[in-house]
Design a protein around this ligand. Structure first.
Ligand SMILES: Nc1ncnc2c1ncn2[C@@H]1O[C@H](COP(=O)(O)OP(=O)(O)OP(=O)(O)O)[C@@H](O)[C@H]1O
Ligand SMILES: [Mg+2]
Length: 267
């Protein structure tokens, strides 16, 4: 999408720097417009106090530092969301897709918390990744952390020094990413029926992260956090201290995407 807005002198310097850093072709109108949108969007956010002054290389650090389930990144965009994969509930699939898209658009202007809840295989991680891809294209730093993989790292931290270093770096990124996806929260607490409190050191880490992502005085998010889970909030509360859940889970229904009524597409 072309933008008719002209860049001011400082924005022009920022755009030039992006072209230099990325080796993109400034005389290609499509690339020029993409960078222009990026610079204007960042400027608008800074005026509103949301979003960091990360450059494209810093943004890559968050993606590279991510911790994916099974070590695999699910590459998914809104255009990949196929409502025909839910033949028994096409409208339900449409609704969750549309709701996530609307929330992504709102997130460009305001940091927020989002909760995606529902049964396995209903598309929660896919739509969360679609939001992350969308936000990355708007110039935000995005990061994914599978809580199961994080718990696994925690378990191994005393065995290997490189794991300790990795955790230290991970925490720093998790505190500062513009958009953080906590994927599959609750699986690390065991299966639903025998849910037990999550290990103390992991709770403490998540508490520090949750605090860093919140303006504690105004009680509003300073960065966006998306949680996907198979659990009900009360089940999460059995695994995590309520102070953590209260900080990362939204209380407003508008920011809760409910996948119930959709089928497990893996079946
Ligand atoms: N509506 C859809 N359109 C296209 N692909 C879909 C759709 N729903 C699910 N998929 C695909 O099905 C697979 C499972 O979806 P996904 O991992 O997003 O489910 P999930 O709700 O996160 O499951 P879990 O709770 O087990 O983590 C993925 O490969 C995903 O891309
Ligand atoms: Mg998932």
């Amino acid at each position: 999408m072309a933008t008719t807005m002209a860049l001011n002198a400082i924005q022009k310097i920022a755009a030039k720097k992006i072209f230099q850093l990325t080796g993109k072709n400034m005389s290609d109108p499509r690339e020029y417009n993409a960078v222009k949108r990026h610079v204007i969007a960042r400027n608008n956010r800074l005026v509103a106090g949301w979003g960091k002054q990360h450059d494209l290389f810093q943004n890559a650090e968050y993606i590279n530092g991510s911790l994916y389930s099974g070590g695999q990144r699910l590459d998914f965009s809104f255009k990949d969301w196929n409502t025909a994969m839910q033949p028994q509930n096409v409208q339900g699939a449409k609704n969750v897709g549309n709701k996530c898209y609307v929330l992504a658009k709102q997130m460009v202007n305001t940091p927020m918390k989002i909760l995606m809840t529902g049964a396995p295989g209903t598309g929660k991680t896919s739509l969360a990744m679609a939001i992350l891809n969308f936000m990355a294209s708007e110039g935000f730093s995005v990061m994914t952390v599978s809580t199961m993989e994080l718990a696994h790292l925690m378990e191994n931290r005393f065995e290997a020094t490189d794991v300790k270093d990795r955790l230290y770096y991970l925490e720093k990124l998790m505190k500062t990413a513009d958009v953080l996806l906590l994927d599959d929260l609750g699986t690390e607490g065991g299966m639903k029926k025998d849910a037990k409190p999550v290990r103390k050191d992991m709770q403490e880490l998540l508490f520090r992260v949750a605090n860093a992502r919140l303006d504690l005085k105004r009680n509003e998010p300073v960065h966006s956090t998306i949680v996907t889970t198979n659990c009900e909030t009360k089940e999460l509360a059995q695994m995590y201290n309520e102070k953590i859940i209260s900080r990362i889970v939204p209380h407003n229904r508008q920011q809760i995407v409910d996948f119930s009524g959709l089928q497990d597409v893996r079946k």
